[in-house]
Ligand binder design. Structure first.
Ligand SMILES: Cc1cc2nc3c(=O)[nH]c(=O)nc-3n(C[C@H](O)[C@H](O)[C@H](O)COP(=O)(O)OP(=O)(O)OC[C@H]3O[C@@H](n4cnc5c(N)ncnc54)[C@H](O)[C@@H]3O)c2cc1C
Length: 332
């Protein structure tokens, strides 16, 4: 929903979604890893390490009982946005504009307008990001907001969204919060080194997400699988670890590139001095993948047009690109 006026309904395949319970999924993966022979150190933390010639040759891991010293052949650093392993390897800190801060509530007893689709909001309340409602069942949902370039988690914005947003508020008015979630997602695109010494970076530690929306759940799994395969071939067949970067760029890397182009243009728009309502319009059309970033002329031609005319132009573009059966735009 853009500026609380323009509704985009996107049924493209790539927007098909599945809502998962992260804790249960992680446990399921841990079961499988353990059955496959992995040793899992629950609740442990890599705290420090020694480096020789760019390789981490000793890793200090704090467990509930003692500090373990591990001499790793290879490390797969999947330790999140503020990766300890990256700090050990002296990777520069991420810029605050490269980090999306997200806060959300899992809410019950919601009165959802749509139980079978995600709602995203691009408007004055959700500027520099977007608000969202992700249904978890017919009467429960994650309701949140993600923003870039903010100093702290946008709890105030979320409260404002819940209390005052004309479309969100009626849906959550009588609901209760059953879980609070917050975090940071790196959304800088493919700018971080994936292989350094004997370390492969995966997931948020490598900013492997769809950077225009900050979605990293599926990309992290895909990249983690590729990293695992490369490590196995490195150990068993002496394959170079750099093969990891190659395989990523030949596969999901292409999707990352497309997302990065959207992200870069949205970022330019958000940091420009365009009128706020127009910024919301452009970022909404770009992020929801109605108009691609190479159609800049078309995008900027929408400035100052009344909503009805915007719908006309965008609808014509959808027909021209043969996507009018999958995506619709209308005024509400
Ligand atoms: C509120 C919120 C909502 C989101 N919603 C979505 C969504 O709807 N869809 C989507 O696709 N993405 C979403 N994302 C992004 C998604 O969660 C991440 O991209 C994804 O979780 C990345 O997975 P990861 O395993 O790389 O990192 P993480 O999930 O951050 O996992 C890193 C793990 O490393 C552990 N760790 C960290 N440091 C150490 C250390 N020193 N030693 C040992 N272990 C360590 C942490 O405890 C953690 O378990 C959301 C993010 C947030 C914050």
């Amino acid at each position: 929903m853009i500026n609380n006026k323009i509704l985009i309904d996107n049924h493209s395949k790539v927007w098909k979604s599945l809502t998962i319970d992260r804790q249960r999924l992680d446990k399921y993966l841990a079961y499988n890893a353990s059955r496959a022979g992995a040793t899992i150190l629950v609740g442990s933390e890599a705290t420090d390490g020694d480096m020789i010639d760019g390789k981490i040759n000793k890793l200090f891991v704090k467990t509930d009982k003692k500090i373990l010293i591990i001499e790793p052949k290879v490390i797969v650093a999947a330790d999140g946005t503020f990766s300890t392993i990256a700090k050990l390897q002296n990777r520069p800190k991420l810029n605050k504009l490269d980090i999306g801060m997200t806060v959300s509530y899992e809410m019950t007893n919601v009165n959802l307008k749509y139980t079978d689709r995600i709602q995203m909001f691009f408007d004055d309340i959700c500027r520099f990001g977007y608000g969202y409602i992700i249904p978890k069942s017919k009467d429960s949902a994650n309701v949140g907001i993600g923003m870039i370039g903010v100093e702290k988690h946008p709890w105030k914005h979320l409260q404002y969204l819940l209390d005052t947003h004309p479309i969100v508020n009626p849906q959550i008015k009588y609901s209760g919060v059953i879980e609070i979630k917050k975090g940071e997602t790196p959304i800088l695109g493919q700018k971080l080194k994936l292989v350094k010494g004997n370390v492969l970076y995966v997931g948020d530690a490598a900013a492997q997400n769809l950077s225009h929306v900050g979605e990293g759940a599926i990309p992290s799994h895909i990249c983690g699988r590729i990293a695992g395969q490369v490590v196995a071939e490195h150990i068993n067949k002496d394959m170079s670890l750099n093969e990891y970067s190659v395989r990523i760029s030949e596969t999901i890397g292409m999707l990352f590139n497309e997302c990065e182009q959207i992200r870069d243009l949205v970022f330019n728009i958000w940091t420009s001095d365009l009128h706020l309502e127009f910024k919301n319009l452009l970022s909404g059309l770009l992020i929801s993948e109605v108009i691609p970033p190479h159609e800049k002329e078309l995008l900027y031609s929408l400035e100052g047009l009344p909503p009805k005319e915007i719908i006309n132009v965008v609808s014509k573009y959808l027909i021209k690109t043969k996507r009018n059966k999958l995506i619709s735009v209308k005024i509400i």
